[in-house]
Each structure stands twice: as C-alpha cells, then as structure tokens.
Design a protein around this ligand. Structure first.
Ligand code: NDP
Ligand code: BG6
Length: 515
C-alpha cells in the first residue's frame, strides 16, 4: 500500500488516499486528512513538525485535501500561529522555485484552537471546526502529541472522547512522542492508560532516529548486499559501537532532562533501536509486523545491563578562548547537587547464537567536542596476517572497520588495509567511501517527514510496538534504578571535551578502542 500510495502521488494524482485501520475504501469518495499538532506552541512543533509538514506539502506528498490545526493552551489566532510557523519554514536548496507561493498556500491550510489538555471543551470546539473543514469528504484524523509526557493521557482521554472519528468512519491515529515512561513500570502504566482509550493500531510511538536516512538504509545494506551477509556475526565482528554526541548542553531543557538523564533520553530508545535493526535476524518480509517481531526477539535476547558495565558523566563549566560554557547544574531548573548523567557509556550483550560474546558498546553525551551519530563495526583481525609487520606499529590498523555515519554528513565507509604505492611494501589504512553529498545530489529529508508520512499511510514499520518498548525497558530498568538508589556520582568532564576517561577504561575491559 505504501509504495502504491507514493507512486500514485508521484504520478500527480494528488488525492491519493492514505489507507489504514478502519479507513474507508478509496472508491467511496474524496478523502481528507486533518492533522492536529497538540502542543503547537512548543519547541518541537516549531522546530520539526510544522517544517516537516511543509516539506511534505512542498513535494506533493500530502493528499490534496488536508487541514492542519495547532492546539495548545496559549491564546492565539490563526494568523498568529501562521506567523510563528512561517518563521521556521524553509525550502530545500534544490527546490527554491515558487517557495514563497507554496508557503502562502500551506499557511492558509493552518488553523489554531486553544484549549486545556484535560478538559473536553477545547477538543469539542476543535472537533466542530474539523468537521466543518471535512464537510463533503471522507475524514481521517491524525493527532501529534508534542507535549510533556505527564499530560499524554489527559490529551488522549479528552481527544478520543470528543474529537475521534466514530467507528465505521475514517481512521483516527495518535503519534506519541517520547519519553514513553521512565522505567518498565511507568512505561507499562502509560501503555495501559493509553489503551483504555485507544487500540494499539491507533498508537504511533515515534522514535525519530528510525526516520533518519542512514538508519533506514541499515536494513538495505545488510540484506541486499551479499558481501556483508556472511560477515554479520560473532565469527567476523569483534565489536559494534553506537555513538551519539552533541556539542551543546541541555540548555533550555534542563527541567525535562534532569528527570530523565542521557540513558533514558538517548540510549534506551535511539541507540537501542539502531542496535535492534543492526542485530536482528532476517525478517520474513518487509511488513511492519515481521520487522518488529525480529526486533522484539533480539531485544529479548539481550542481557540486562549491569552497573559495572556502565560509566556515567556530567559536564562541568569550562572556559575556552575567553568564552565560558556553563556546567549542567548551572541551569536554574537543575538542582545544584544533581547526579543526573549527561554522558553515559555502556557495554551490552546479546545472548544468542549470532552475537554471543560480542560487545555492543554505546556512548552518548551532551556538551562534548563534536556533534555526531555513528555506528562503527570493528572486524576481527585477519588470522595469520602475512602483512602484520608491515602495518606500522598500530595493530588495530590491521583490522577492517565499517562506519555508518548517521549525521552530520551522512556517509558509509569501510576501512581497508592497502599498499602504499611505491617500490617498497608498506601498508596503510584507507577508506572506501560513500559520501552521500557526493553521490546523491539532493537534500536528505528530515526524519520527521518520513515518519509523518508513514503515520498518514498507516505504515507502522518505523514506530515502536508496545512489546518492543517493554523489552527495551527491561534491559535498562535495573541499572537505572541502581544508579538512582545509590546516587552514583557522575565523573565530571569539561563542556566541549571528549567526555569522561572512564569510558575508555570500560571499553578497554572488552579490548575495545572507541572509534
Ligand atoms: P515543550 O516544553 O515546548 O512543550 C510543548 C507545549 O506543551 C508547550 O508549548 C506548552 O503549551 C505545553 N506545556 C509545556 N509544559 C506544560 C505543562 N507542565 N503542563 C501542561 N502543558 C505544558 O515541549 P517540546 O516541544 O520540547 O517537546 C514536546 C514533546 O516532544 C515532549 O514529550 C518531548 O520530550 C518530546 N521531544 C522533544 C524534542 C525537542 O527537541 N524539543 C526532541 C524529541 C522529543 P501551552 O502552554 O501553550 O499549552
Ligand atoms: C531527542 C533528545 O530525542 O533527540 C534530545 O530528547 C536530542 O536530547 C535529540 O538532542 C537529538 O536529535 P537529533 O535528530 O538532533 O540528533
């Protein structure tokens, strides 16, 4: 259905119909999709969601008939919302033609409704306006919960009672942003509460890393290249590294962050999702349930993370070149004695036949020296390597490494040993490179574009199923609890540095050197 839908849109039939659970058959008439961004006054809505919707509109991925509503408590007119949105809309560099005309057309489809999150009044009014816009068409509704987690259930309760479409009509879906709880218990509680009002098929738990181009490409790389398939196991892979770093701190989000910390913010979701795609067995097909079944299986084969396999850190203030950078605890919304980690490194293991004994090392940190997200696969040494003596003094140079750079500057490269040209016999380590900016002359869509489109099409492949979520929390919950109960002091590292040295000792325990 997904390919068909997109093919139809590409072919220019712009009223192609997203189909999904409960949706009427396309033959029944003209469809319309109403997208309501709940929390429209917030950071994520402005930074990501409205720009992604505009990009989809610009490239004709949205159905011909659609309406966008912002919903939040802030008082605003339609015009004021449009002004706010217009400040963040951009066109892709390669598609500047007619940009402002397109923006005007897009903004005319955007409306605003203010209301409380826990009362049905505001959602009643929203429903009335949505119904007005949907008149004469077959309606479908998508709600994007871009709000703090403590009000997810309030919104779902109110919106599902008053602004959901009746059964037998079009579909009503809810995209839920992370965090999905703080541990196994609270996540289970959230799932149970959401399911009091929604069916699992209506819940789209978003992990925006799954919408990133290189993460989407991971399965293609694995399953459509014969050269990699036989290598993808403990027989050839020495270790796998999943690295996330940002060169800025928690500025502006300290209040949220202090309740979660980097393990919950990045590792338990973004990095673990990548790990699952990296390590899962070949799915029966590309159907969402087949893929998610394999992800659940591999997550359930993982060992619970132990405290001795974790290093935590927190950034401290630093002055460089006359400029001072704040400590994490300088944020007024963070307690002075906070032990919340802004950095963590961890060694994880999958106890199955394919990965037995292979360390999967994760490293995630804020306020580090660089911004990057990478998957690094280090292969074993060549047995009986004839050239070992010729490869300089660094033995690691003798091993191959495959790097998938998720961001910035998307790339895939493979480190190989190569003869340095000349009459002698000297080897060096060189890269076989696939740099996206050189190979593909088009801008890469933002992750939110792909995921919003998928949700409209009812494509669940890149969204998290509730049993996946349970399996993910089961790996991290015991260690999170222990860290908090023991108030384990994080190792301090200067803002803008490479992070705590403890991460190197942890890797060394498993004979690994970070890439
Ligand atoms: P915000 O803190 O900006 O909140 C969004 C809106 O929710 C606000 O504009 C406000 O609207 C309302 N709101 C805020 N706090 C409360 C409160 N205590 N009670 C009731 N309403 C409140 O959040 P973000 O936009 O940053 O994030 C939205 C969701 O997305 C969160 O779950 C976050 O964890 C997640 N997320 C955010 C990312 C980001 O980069 N910002 C990245 C990934 C996930 P009003 O007052 O007008 O009602
Ligand atoms: C979010 C985290 O999920 O991902 C943020 O809550 C983090 O702390 C962000 O900054 C990173 O996303 P990206 O796409 O900018 O790498």
């Amino acid at each position: 259905a997904r390919i068909l839908y997109r093919e139809v849109v590409v072919a220019g039939v712009l009223d192609a119909k997203p189909s999904g659970a409960g949706g009427p058959a396309p033959e029944q008439g003209e469809h319309t999709v109403s997208i309501t961004v709940v929390g429209a006054s917030g950071d994520l809505a402005k930074k990501k969601i409205f720009p992604a919707l505009f990009a989809l509109f610009y490239e004709d991925w949205l159905p011909e008939h659609f309406t966008i509503f912002g919903y939040a408590r802030s008082k605003m007119s339609d015009e004021e919302l449009r002004n706010i949105i217009s400040m963040t809309l951009t066109c892709r560099i390669d598609q500047r033609a007619n940009c402002s005309e397109k923006m005007d057309k897009f903004l005319k489809r955007c409306f605003y409704q203010s209301g409380q999150y826990n009362s049905e009044e505001g959602f009643h009014e929203l429903d009335r306006k949505l119904t007005e816009k949907e008149a004469g068409k077959l309606p479908n509704r998508l709600f994007y919960l871009s709000i703090p987690p403590n009000i997810f259930v309030d919104v779902v309760r109110s919106a599902s009672r008053t602004a959901s479409l009746p059964s037998g009509s079009g579909w009503t879906r809810f995209i839920v942003e992370k965090p999905f709880g703080r541990d196994s218990e609270s996540s289970g509680e959230l799932t149970r509460s959401l399911k009091m009002y929604l069916e699992e098929e209506q819940i789209f738990r978003i992990d925006h890393y799954l919408g990133k181009e290189l993460v989407e490409n991971l399965s293609v790389l694995r399953f459509s290249n014969l050269v990699f398939q036989p290598l993808w196991s403990r027989d050839y892979i020495r270790n796998v590294q999943l690295i996330f770093s940002e060169d800025f701190g928690t500025e502006g989000r300290g209040g949220y962050f202090d309740n979660y910390g980097i393990i919950r913010d990045i590792m338990q979701n973004h990095l673990l999702q990548i790990l699952a795609l990296f390590a899962m067995e070949t799915p029966v097909s590309l159907a969402a349930e087949d893929i998610r079944n394999e992800k659940v299986k591999v997550l359930r084969s993982m060992r619970k993370l132990k405290l001795e396999d974790v290093v935590v850190g927190q950034y401290k203030g630093h002055t460089r070149g006359g400029k001072s950078f704040p400590a994490y605890v300088d944020d007024p919304t963070v307690p002075n004695d906070s032990v919340t980690p802004t950095f963590a490194a961890a060694a994880l293991f999958i106890d199955n036949a394919r990965w037995d004994g292979v360390p999967f090392l994760m490293k995630a940190g804020k306020a580090l020296h660089t911004r990057r997200a990478e998957i690094r696969v280090q292969f074993r040494r060549v047995p009986g390597n004839l050239y070992r003596g010729n490869v300089g003094t660094d033995l690691d140079m003798a091993t191959n490494e495959l790097v998938l750079r998720v961001q910035p500057d998307e790339a895939i490269y493979l480190k190989i040993n190569n003869k340095v040209p000349g009459l002698g016999m000297r080897l060096d380590s060189s890269n076989l490179n696939l740099f996206y900016s050189e190979r593909y002359q088009r801008e890469i869509p933002d992750a939110y574009e792909r995921l919003l489109l998928d949700a409209m099409e009812g494509e669940r492949r890149l969204f998290i199923r509730s049993d996946e979520l349970d399996a993910a929390w089961a790996i991290f919950t015991p260690v999170l609890r222990e860290l908090e109960e023991k108030r384990v002091a994080p190792e301090l590292y200067p803002y803008g540095s490479r992070g705590p040295v403890g991460a190197h000792y942890l890797a060394a325990n498993y004979n690994v050197r970070w890439g």
